[in-house]
Design a protein around this ligand. Structure first.
Ligand code: PEP
Ligand code: MG
Length: 596
């Protein structure tokens, strides 16, 4: 068969080479038939006991969770248990059997399709992707109903050569695969924020998701290469391509091994400038991973993840106590290192019948702080929870998406209000909690004195700063090629914020994806950046780049990058920047040791 490649979304790094193992979704085989009136009770019972079996299955998976399982897995399995308990899934399908005489599988699939359609209407891309969780729970029930349990036949050595190809994989199923130590996975569904993608990243398994119809095009036992960095799957590669990828895979493994020795090495440039490396986390339990990866603190805790997947809850938002426990958990896990908690950053999560214009441009709508200011009670609850956690360790409060002076002032006054409420309740918190802003709207970057005057620190969100500067929707594939960190306008804004911040003596970090990509480490260092916050898995490669950089060499070269405006000239100056040779890491380590 001729070789061909499939293109999807890169969600975790690395290269996997192996034979395809196809997992067919149970939903594809669902039989649709009408039952007789006297069969209704029996059919309802059949569905009820399947739901009960899944409950027990999830409970067993949860209690048997291996100690070293990624922290997210437990939380995701809890989300699945909650979804399963929700009447939308545990009751409505029974009514469909009762009133429409559908067989159990058909009733269940009908309701899942209905719920999925409702999720499709949600503007926020993260929440929209939670549809996958409902489908995955449905899939589990169907598998029990049809008796087609999920199993991977192999373990150990043989499994290491297997690449799982599926329409979708639930986080709970990933656990089973993890024990089989398979080489990688490819799914039709999923985006960069899907739970499966997040788990893949934390398990460090090469994966590609959003492949559309890979599970149809790939045949069982096909030889596959997953290029996890590019989000590409090569099916039946030629011997030459295979050899190239094997060589790359070996090189990557060697590099990784070398990097793991840097965990405890301080991140100091060749000329002695200490750089702070922080972690971005999504759930409180990720703090442990961040700590283990050697992060000096949390530079971005995306608190919105606590507000998501609340299908089984009566309340739309997590309560003050629920949030407090989560923030406290992260603070305690970081053992005295600072935890920067960003207040809720969700998009316009609106039903269809609401304002159409907002729905068309959610990124420009009632997002992040705009949303929080319009929901003051919800915002106050979150602020009180964060403040209360600050009694247990250092916390910094980070506010997303601000552009106007009055937004900063209003936010500060709401924070003061939250503090007063806690004083009235005689609850402890850090009176001097540092308050900072995400700089992610070009207007904010261009009017920085407004921020410097009012706040304690700044964090540049390059993901949104690039989106808004270049007017390209970051989740729209059609314009993804226009997402360019090297656009002169982006470079100008970045360097302006870093240098103005430094001049004013206000700490500036970058917490967007640029901070975790070694391609940009030297550029940011040369602009004067001293704090980087990234996914914990990127920490060591960025640290390695820092150890191999000399600011006295980088700074003049970055000035050349900044002076160039033509793309070719920028690219050439960047190539020279990457080619600058500093002393090797080993020599630097000796120097640091000597200094001590
Ligand atoms: C950013 O915009 O760069 C950022 C870090 O925030 P988020 O990706 O959560 O919008
Ligand atoms: Mg952002």
């Amino acid at each position: 068969m001729a070789s061909f490649s499939l293109h999807g979304i890169a969600v975790s790094q690395g290269i996997a080479i192996g034979r395809a193992h196809l997992m067919a979704p149970a939903a594809l085989d669902v039989k649709h038939y009408l039952i007789a009136g006297d069969q209704v009770e029996a059919e309802i019972e059949r569905l009820r006991s399947a739901i009960k079996a899944v409950h027990e299955e999830l409970h067993t998976i949860r209690t048997d969770l291996p100690k070293d399982a990624p922290a997210e897995l437990g939380a995701f399995i809890d989300v699945h248990s909650l979804i399963l308990s929700d009447p939308m899934l545990s009751e409505v399908p029974l009514n469909i059997i009762r009133h429409r005489y559908y067989n159990a599988e058909w009733a269940l699939v009908t309701q899942i399709e209905e719920l999925s359609a409702q999720f499709d209407e949600i503007e926020d891309p993260y929440l929209r992707e939670r549809k996958a969780d409902i489908q995955q729970v449905g899939e589990r029930i169907l598998k029990v109903l049809t008796g087609s349990a999920i199993h991977l036949p192999l373990t150990g050595e043989a499994a290491a050569n297997i690449i799982v190809v599926a329409h979708d994989i639930s986080p709970a199923d990933m656990l089973q695969f993890r024990d089989s130590a398979f080489a990688g996975f490819v799914t039709d569904l999923g985006g960069p924020n899907s739970h499966t993608a997040i788990v893949a990243r934390s398990l460090d398994i090469p994966a590609a998701v959003g492949m559309h119809n890979a599970s149809v095009l790939v045949k069982h036992d096909d030889l596959l290469i997953i290029d996890g960095d590019a989000g590409v799957v090569i099916v039946d590669p030629s011997p030459l391509v295979l050899a190239q990828y094997r060589a790359r895979q070996e090189r990557l493994l060697r590099e990784r091994k070398k990097l793991s020795r840097l965990k405890k090495t301080p991140a100091i440039t060749q000329d002695g400038e200490p750089i702070t490396l922080l972690a971005n986390i999504e759930l409180p339990a990720d703090a442990t991973t961040a700590w283990e990866a050697g992060a000096m603190g949390i530079g971005l805790f995306r608190s919105e993840f606590l507000f998501m997947g609340r299908v089984g809850h009566l309340e739309k938002f997590p309560s003050e106590d629920e949030q407090f426990e989560s923030y406290k958990q992260a603070v305690i896990a970081m053992k005295g290192r600072p935890v920067t908690i960003r207040t809720l950053d969700v998009g316009a999560d609106k039903p269809l019948d609401e304002d159409e214009e907002t729905a068309l441009n959610p990124a420009l709508g009632l997002r992040a702080i705009r949303y929080c200011l319009s929901e003051p009670q919800m915002f106050l609850t979150q602020l009180r929870a964060i403040l209360r956690a600050s009694a247990f360790g250092p916390i910094k409060l980070l506010i997303p998406m601000m552009a106007h002076a009055f937004e900063i002032d209003q936010t500060l006054s709401i924070i003061e209000q939250a503090k007063q409420q806690l004083r009235d309740r005689k609850q402890k918190f850090d009176e001097d909690i540092p308050i900072g802003a995400m700089i992610e709207i070009p207007a904010a970057a261009l009017a920085l004195p407004l921020f410097i005057k009012r706040l304690d620190f700044l964090s540049i969100g390059t993901n949104d700063l690039i989106q808004y500067t270049l007017a390209i929707d970051r989740v729209d594939h059609e314009v993804a090629h226009l997402y360019d960190p090297l656009h002169p306008a982006v470079l100008f804004l970045l360097s302006t914020v870093i240098s103005q911040g430094r001049k004013a003596g206000i700490p500036v970090s970058v917490c967007g994806e640029m901070a975790g990509d070694v391609k940009w480490t030297r550029l940011l260092l040369g602009m004067g950046l001293l704090e980087f916050s990234m996914h914990p898995s990127q920490l060591l490669s960025v640290k390695n780049e820092i150890l191999n950089s000399d600011l006295t060499l980088l700074e003049p070269q970055v000035k050349k990058v900044m002076r160039a405006t033509e793309p070719a000239a920028i690219a050439a100056a960047m190539a020279q920047l990457q080619a600058l040779v500093a002393e090797p890491v080993e020599a630097k380590e000796t120097k640091v040791a000597r200094r001590r």
